[in-house]
Design a protein around this ligand. Structure first.
Ligand code: PLP
Length: 381
């Protein structure tokens, strides 16, 4: 206990690994804004800091905490979740075979369709929650990367991480997991065999809807990680100092926020099951969810704060309910302390796999009864 190795993740997170500023004894870290650092008289940088395009002490604490929470070897912050995710694909070579998910965060799916394929990646979109489909699609020696998201936006499909890792590794490919929705509080993909975890740190990790940030965490500091470091250094998609500082500040309450949001989401999901206005509640915490048993195995302490409602009255009823809420905020994004609601199909465009009768809900930490009453009023109106 004394050296902190046995402290629980929530303890380490609340104290941001117990860091204290050596010079001032400050409990909250200073904000380092310098873009450049003094060279030694012989032109070396023995301090380890040279130039701000990835040498920044303000990043380090947030990266160290994330690395610890995910059980990884190293972590890197990026300018956004998209910058982190696309670095992984840009580190591949044209012609490489990649498997991605049929229903996933639409912005990344859109980037893969527009930029990834245009650049020469051989990308196949699959229902990766179907392990037979995944096993049949990997090409031994040719598939370089399998990219999954679980629970996956906005239908909340659950992918069996352990099995997906076995299949990917069996073909000589790596497994990367978008862990944005689960957060390391609920699930640690590296423990289940994944090679890389990606987060839109804009969401739960920060938790206050006031920064855009991304992160990658690796199981091994190997040659692929070196290529990813080069991607960040050369491409320059670094996080600003203030954003890194805010991220660490937000992360200190991660466990409390994720716990409260998960409890709210489960209460709301149960409330609307069988409701006359709702044809289906999509939430992995419900026993009826097809991925529930796998989610129970690979998520600890809850099923996350994200759920979707499908409206019996179709698209018009869904759009109308979103228009009438007062407490829920009609906005994109997720993972903040405030509850957000969104009609995804109209955001994602005509080729979206998301049904028009669906509203996506990001549950915050407000009182669950207030959140339910607001939705009920919006449905009745
Ligand atoms: N992954 C998921 C699951 C997301 O929800 C998002 C953003 O909505 C991203 C990745 C992209 O992250 P960012 O908006 O920080 O670039």
């Amino acid at each position: 206990m004394a050296n902190g190795n046995d402290w629980k993740p929530e303890t380490k997170t609340a104290q941001a690994l117990g860091w204290i500023d050596e010079r001032t004894r400050a409990v909250s870290p200073p904000l380092h804004l310098s873009s450049t650092y003094i060279r030694d008289p012989d032109n070396q940088y023995r301090s380890g800091y040279g130039y701000g395009r990835d040498d920044n002490p303000t990043f380090e604490q947030a990266e160290a905490l994330l690395c610890e929470l995910e059980g990884g070897a190293e972590a890197m912050l990026f300018a956004s979740g998209m910058a982190a995710a696309t670095a992984v694909f840009r580190a591949l070579k044209p012609g490489d075979h990649v498997i991605a998910q049929e229903v996933m965060y639409w912005g990344l799916r859109h980037w893969l369709l527009e930029q990834g394929i245009g650049w020469g990646l051989d990308i196949e979109f699959l229902p990766t929650w179907d392990m037979d489909a995944l096993a049949a699609a990997v090409r031994p020696g040719e598939t370089k990367l399998v990219w999954i998201e679980t629970p996956a936006n906005p239908m909340w499909h659950i992918v069996d991480i352990e099995r997906a890792a076995e299949i990917a590794h069996g073909a000589g490919a790596r497994l990367a997991v978008d862990g944005t929705t689960a957060t390391p509080v609920l699930s640690r993909p590296l423990d289940l065999g994944a090679d890389l975890v990606m987060h839109s740190a804009t969401k739960y990790l920060n938790g206050h809807s006031d920064i855009v940030a991304g992160a990658l965490i690796t199981r091994a500091a190997d040659e692929v990680w070196a290529a990813l470091r080069a991607q960040r250094h050369d491409g320059g998609a670094i996080l600003g100092s203030f954003e890194a500082w805010l991220l660490l500040r937000g992360m200190r309450t991660l466990h409390l926020r994720v716990g409260a949001a998960s409890a709210n989401a489960l209460t709301i999901a149960r409330h609307f099951q069988g409701h006359p206005a709702i044809s289906e509640v999509l939430y992995p915490g419900l026993q009826e969810h097809p991925g529930h048993e796998i989610a129970r195995r690979q998520m600890q302490g809850g099923f996350g704060g994200m759920l979707s409602l499908r409206f019996a009255g179709g698209e018009a009823a869904a759009v109308q309910a979103a228009a009438r809420v007062k407490l829920w905020k009609r906005a994109t994004s997720l993972g903040g302390v405030e509850s957000l609601i969104e009609h995804r199909a109209s955001i994602e465009g005509p080729d979206t796999p998301v049904p028009g009768d669906l509203l996506r809900l990001s549950t915050g930490i407000e009182d669950a009864e207030d959140l339910i009453a607001d939705l009920e009023a919006a449905m009745e109106a």
